[in-house]
Design a protein around this ligand. Structure first.
Ligand code: SF4
Length: 107
């Protein structure tokens, strides 16, 4: 039987881990961890390519972010990727004293 090697703790805010475990639900914030390559800023994230923007400002201001995320675009249906949902968890953490203290404590 092959040995299972644990990668160890998953880094990130506790709320993102809650999301991965199905204990919290968030919308996608793909502009929070954008992807940049020789083609430019990929829209809306590195998992999908609906075009490129020349600058981060152009990406943020000309992308219809309301079109993306689970329940909005069929391509996003089963997505739980960090590039879309970890920024949401970070913003939720920063907006909550309780969650900020939880993140600081590492609990
Ligand atoms: S839900 Fe996933 S695939 Fe869809 S835009 Fe967000 S990060 Fe990209």
């Amino acid at each position: 039987m092959p040995e299972v090697i644990s990668p160890g703790p998953i880094p990130g805010p506790p709320l993102f881990l809650d999301f991965l475990e199905g204990k919290a639900d968030f919308g996608c914030t793909a502009w929070g961890i954008p992807s940049y390559s020789v083609f430019g800023w990929q829209r809306p994230c590195y998992l999908m390519s609906d075009g490129y923007a020349k600058t981060y400002r152009e990406l943020v201001e000309t992308t219809d972010w309301a079109r993306y995320g689970r329940g909005r675009d069929p391509r996003c249906a089963n997505c739980m990727a960090h590039c879309g949902y970890e920024p949401t968890a970070v913003l939720a953490t920063m907006g909550s004293l309780k969650q900020s203290l939880r993140a600081l404590s590492g609990a």
